[in-house]
Write a protein of this length. Sequence first.
Length: 405
Amino acid sequence: MNSSNLAAPSMVLAPTTRRRGLWGIFVSTFLELAGYFMFGPLLVLTLSGRGFGPDVVGLFTASVWAGVLVATPFASHWVDQLGKRQSLIVSAAVPFAAFVVIALVDSPWVWAGLYFVAGIASSLRWIAAEATVAELAPPERRGRFVGLFETMVGATFVVGPALLAWIGTGNPLAPWVALALIGAGLLATYLVPELPHVHAADTHDGHHHLGLRGILTAVKAAPVIMIAGFVGGFFESGITSLLPVYGLALGFTAAAAALLVSASGLGSSLMMWPLGELADRVSRRAVFITCAALTLAGTLLLPLAAGTTWLAWVIAFVWGSAGGALYTLAMIEIGTRNTGTALVSSTSVLVLSYTFGGMLAPALGGLMLKWAPQWGFTGLLGLVAAGGLLALIADQSMRRGRVAR
């Protein structure tokens, strides 16, 4: 029996209950992430203000991502033991407690350790929330809800820092406002209903594996989806930090180069909902391949637009939209193929692929910018984008071949 052939356990819930669950996940995630992205920059600015160098600040920031990477392989096991609702509650409570201690204890080393713990909980939250949205959404509107969720998550990257700027980094109330948002997110999580849950040990079908074995099973089942997740992380999350440097290397002014990041980020935030809607109405694979092609086209065209700033911003917007959509479309595909434990395991792999892409991009990109600022970086981006596009085209061809036989 394949997991994709099973009715989603959440489908036994009444439509009103599923809608309440979706509202709970959306509201709680928005509040928690807005607080998170307000508290994180505040800590970074505090460390910088105390004289810590960029290397130490960078390691501190990386600690939360280290927590995500360490925890992701085990998230499916935790969700299997706790259930999705309890996993969402625990993963909201742990960062809240960690940030309360950070606000009360004046020790950067304690902060780093607790930031790592918050990263572990964030991994569980990320995976459980994405999987639950995909499972609670009506099948015919899964693209809409997954796209809306990704757009909402993208908005928190703007809302959190904007709130911090409005309140003031030197305002003693700033950390407590962030904590109030995270605490409100924890309370809103209780709106999520109890979801029917079947332990992997009780399925007896040989397909519902947990932990590392579950991850390997998910990779074997849909390797091209994970490649798309990697490319999405590479372009949406990883390259953003290097875009200003790349813009300067291409001859942009400092202000114009900085706005490349804004244009790309705006595209990756605003376009997830429309592209999710489109995936509900036309072939998902066609949207997938189109977005991969636009990512490659943007990579090749951006250097040619160096003399026309407004055109470069348009290209960066489309580039960010297409690159970011690869993760969203992969999540929609996973939600369509899988349910229950298999859905959580596949989501774990997608998150791992996305995170790996996001971490590898600045490391390799930085080397390319140092080695060959103008064509080395472009070549790296083109290679990754072309690899993702070719993988999707090859997978589509194999699918058509199987149907023809």
